[in-house]
Ligand binder design. Structure first.
Ligand code: FEO
Length: 170
């Protein structure tokens, strides 16, 4: 059986990951409406990845005999008004999620829950990649966002992203 605190934090994280999916879907809608369909595609896929994260955590809880409780997913409430600022919000959000994952890891470490630590290793690495992706997007937009031709190319690059299932299986 999982430690109560660890299980509660993982259960909360299921909700946070669904929120991330919802937030990125909101980003996708924003970019679609501004005509940047490549960015819209990129964030729609990101939303799918976040849903995968939630499902992996849910499955892990179930595999370990923990009760899962689904809470309401909050409404995305960030004002999306600028193509660069939205990317910065994405980076901030990923940094926040990293802190949450580290918090669960710490709780698992405190009770020597090695299994959960091993499960979370994948998420720690994933967060490193997601922060890097978000940082790269901010940098690219800062560099090229004001030039129409470059922005067109950047948008095309974002349009090429395709969904791949997570490498972690349970
Ligand atoms: Fe589920 Fe973007 O971290």
């Amino acid at each position: 059986m999982l430690d109560q605190k660890v299980a509660a934090l993982l259960n909360e994280q299921v909700n946070k990951e669904f929120y991330s999916a919802y937030l990125y879907l909101d980003f996708s809608i924003y970019y679609e409406e501004t005509g940047l369909d490549g960015f819209a595609n990129w964030y729609k896929i990101q939303a799918q990845e976040e849903r995968d994260h939630a499902m992996l955590m849910l499955q892990y809880l179930q595999n370990n005999g923990a009760k899962v409780t689904l809470e309401a997913v909050a409404k995305p409430d960030k004002a999306l008004t600028d193509k660069l600022e939205v990317l910065k919000l994405g980076l901030e959000h990923e940094q926040y999620v990293t802190s949450l994952i580290h918090g669960i890891y710490e709780a698992a470490y405190d009770v020597r829950d090695f299994r959960t630590m091993q499960f979370l290793d994948w998420f720690v690495k994933e967060q490193g990649e997601e922060e890097k992706n978000a940082e790269d997007l901010v940098k690219k937009m800062e560099l090229f966002g004001e030039d129409a031709k470059s922005l067109y190319m950047l948008n095309s690059e974002m349009a090429a992203r395709t969904y791949t299932a997570p490498s972690l299986t349970l």
